[in-house]
Design a binder for this molecule. Structure first.
Ligand SMILES: Nc1nc2c(ncn2[C@@H]2O[C@H](COP(=O)(O)OP(=O)(O)OP(=O)(O)O)[C@@H](O)[C@H]2O)c(=O)[nH]1
Ligand SMILES: [Mg+2]
Length: 289
């Protein structure tokens, strides 16, 4: 899972006195992992202040990095809680094409049916028949209920689907949407309409609007958030495909800049491959501590 910087860092700090060239090497490693330039500079300065000219072990450096990075990301982390006063608790997944929305909906549906919750999934990606079929397979595996309609318009289907889930007293309703680029105005308008339409039934809906980001996206993921959040209020993120990701440093600047939590990460193509995001575990993995 995620980039591993630990071995690279260890190779620089072999019980020598900390000098400028070691700091330069460290800086390069951090930037290569897509930790932003700003944050990298701050980290280097902190380490320089505390340790310049002193004997340093790799573990001491890693501990300082961890402490500083935890200070950045922990304040915004929050657990993903299903409020049972909201019935159904509604979750909409948005993001660019292929980021992992449909797959992640399957995983979440499965997680919650395993917790004995009743879950409906609305197939609002009505552009491609294949999209509904893909979702239907996941929903079946998850033992959830699919709400779909051929050639439906997405907001109409969302409205009917939400009402259906409500009538069936479901605990959770998940809404899948088609992938889109945030600069596509008509597709963005459609997304806004889906949200506005279900708000007519319940002003709190959707209870969570989640931007799904590919873990390999690097700094480009920050641009996606920048654009999507201009039109839509985003509550938090799910980061997918983290098992092979080599640019996961972007997560740190993403959280710092937008002050939103990462609700889950996914790390594989099986239905169980979804986990809560833990800053501590993330940083231990990143730094190989
Ligand atoms: N390795 C890996 N692959 C994943 C993960 N999540 C999703 N994928 C794969 O990524 C590809 C795209 O996933 P989808 O769920 O279809 O993405 P989407 O956002 O719904 O795509 P569109 O509907 O086209 O916008 C599929 O091949 C998935 O199997 C993950 O955590 N790890
Ligand atoms: Mg999809």
């Amino acid at each position: 899972m995620f980039t591993k910087l630990g071995k690279k860092i260890t190779s620089i700090f072999t019980n020598k006195k900390l000098d400028d060239s070691m700091l330069e090497e460290l800086e390069e490693i951090l930037i290569t992992a897509d930790i932003s330039y700003d944050i990298t500079e701050r980290l280097i300065n902190t380490i320089k202040k505390q340790k310049f000219g002193k004997d340093v072990k790799d573990t001491e450096i890693k501990e300082i990095l961890k402490e500083e990075l935890l200070k950045i990301i922990s304040p915004y982390q929050e657990e993903f809680i299903i409020d049972d006063k909201e019935k159904p608790f509604s979750i909409i997944m948005i993001g660019v094409n292929g980021s992992g929305k449909t797959t992640t909906i399957g995983k979440l549906a499965n997680k919650y049916t395993k917790e004995n919750k009743s879950v409906s999934v609305i197939a609002c990606d009505t552009f491609r028949i294949a999209a509904t079929e893909q979702l239907a397979d996941w929903v079946k595996e998850a033992n959830a209920k699919l709400i779909s309609k051929e050639n439906a318009n997405p907001s109409g289907l969302a409205y009917d689907g939400y009402n259906k889930a409500k009538a069936e007293n479901d605990d959770i309703v998940l809404i899948d949407t088609a992938g889109r680029l945030a600069n596509n105005e008509s597709l963005m308008a459609e997304l806004e309409k889906i949200i506005k339409t279900i708000k007519k039934i319940n002003t709190n809906a959707p209870n969570k609007t989640i931007l799904v980001l590919d873990g390999n996206g690097g700094q480009n993921s920050l641009l996606q958030m920048e654009k999507f959040s201009q039109n839509i209020k985003i509550d938090g993120f799910i980061i997918t495909k983290t098992e092979g990701s080599s640019k996961s440093g972007f997560i740190i600047s993403l959280i710092e800049k937008y002050k939103k939590p990462i609700y889950f990460i996914t790390d594989g193509e099986q239905i169980e491959d979804i986990k809560n995001f833990s800053p501590d575990t993330f940083l231990n993995t990143l730094l190989e501590l």
